[in-house]
Design a protein around this ligand. Structure first.
Ligand code: HEM
Length: 131
């Protein structure tokens, strides 16, 4: 959990300075709640405590992102901040390969959350790795 707290703190430091992403956050400029929810989600997704589920129910991430415009620009900026956070957090204390494993999850997951086409998600076909 401490790892994901550090990762998400670093990620939201980037989001806080992003003029495209920040306006999308309903509680901005206060990102405390968003930080809390992403930390719990990631900890749960990677096999940690299931507090996210207890607090928020089933993640249903695609549905939860429908209120926000997630196009290629938003996806790429989100991924850029996450890649920077992964780089800053995966130091020598973190097992080798962790950064690659995380980005191999985040890149297709962010594409999956894109909701700007109106097409069913099965039509999405990312051709190049985004990380
Ligand atoms: C791998 C990709 C992503 C993951 C795993 C992720 C995860 C999450 C989670 C867990 C929440 C909180 C859901 C809840 O319990 O209410 C959330 C909220 C949100 N996400 Fe994402 N997200 C991703 C990509 C994106 C992208 C690309 C955008 C770009 C616009 C975005 C914008 C937002 C916004 C604006 C919120 C609302 C903040 C809040 O919780 O108050 N997310 N995301």
């Amino acid at each position: 959990m401490a790892f994901f707290e550090r990762l998400v703190d670093a990620f939201y430091e980037g989001v806080a300075t992003d003029e495209v992403l920040l306006p999308l956050y309903p509680e901005q400029p206060d990102l405390t709640g968003a930080r809390h929810r992403l930390t719990l989600f990631l900890a749960q997704y990677w096999g940690g405590p299931t507090t996210y589920m207890e607090e928020r129910g089933h993640p249903k991430l695609r549905m939860r992102h429908f209120p926000f415009h997630v196009g290629p620009l938003e996806r790429d900026r989100w991924l850029a901040h996450m890649a920077a956070a992964v780089g800053a957090t995966c130091d020598e204390a973190v097992p080798d390969g962790t950064a690659d494993e995380l980005m191999a999850y985040f890149a297709p997951a962010a594409e999956h959350l894109r909701n700007d086409t109106g097409l069913p998600i099965s039509s999405s076909n990312p051709r190049t790795p985004l990380a």
